[in-house]
Write a protein that binds this ligand. Structure first.
Ligand code: ADP
Length: 160
């Protein structure tokens, strides 16, 4: 069974993330969406809340949701995962993602990082953009799964 890990902060999950996760299920037998709890980013949602939001909008039985606070490659080893799947939005993502892929390969040579190109319509989409639009009272419904629109408004509306 080929297992892939899709790591990220998912603060909150967007349609851009979901597209990458769903496309990964076409390539692997199982996809673990891994909410990293060691991110340096200041998050609007706690790890538990981010997991709950993901659970509300992921319905594919090939997808599992988990969290980890250590080294990604240690999790991959533990899970017997063969790949790390990442979405690439633009050239600006590439430099950082490439460095991560190289360090992960160096730490754990058996792992392969697979980059999936973001769809054109998701190129500009990030969790931080969603939070900003929401805080300024904009319509976030084109960018996030419908199941969680309300939760995001409750947390982020009027935050500015
Ligand atoms: P963000 O960069 O929005 O804070 P994460 O750290 O949660 O997102 O990112 C997790 C993974 O999802 C990364 O590989 C990132 O490149 C990818 N990703 C994020 N937003 C998109 C998008 N709009 N389209 C495709 N991939 C994306």
């Amino acid at each position: 069974m080929k297992i892939a890990v899709c790591p990220g902060s998912f603060d909150p999950v967007t349609l851009g993330h979901l597209d990458i996760i769903e496309r990964a299920t076409e390539l692997f037998d199982k996809v673990v969406v891994l909410v990293m709890s060691n991110s340096a980013k200041h998050c609007a949602f706690t790890v538990e809340e981010r997991i709950e939001l993901l659970k509300k909008c992921v319905h594919n039985p090939k997808i599992e949701i988990d969290t980890y606070g250590g080294l990604l490659v240690d999790y991959a080893k533990k899970k017997n995962a063969v790949s790390i799947v990442k979405g690439l939005r633009a050239v600006s993502d590439f430099d950082y993602e490439f460095q991560q892929a190289l360090i992960n390969k160096s730490l754990y040579p058996k792992i392969e990082t697979v980059f999936l190109a973001a769809r054109g319509e998701n190129m500009f989409l990030s969790s931080s953009m969603v939070k900003e639009v929401c805080s300024l009272d904009g319509d976030i419904s084109p960018y996030v799964p419908k199941e969680i629109v309300k939760d995001i408004y409750l947390r982020c509306k009027g935050e500015n």
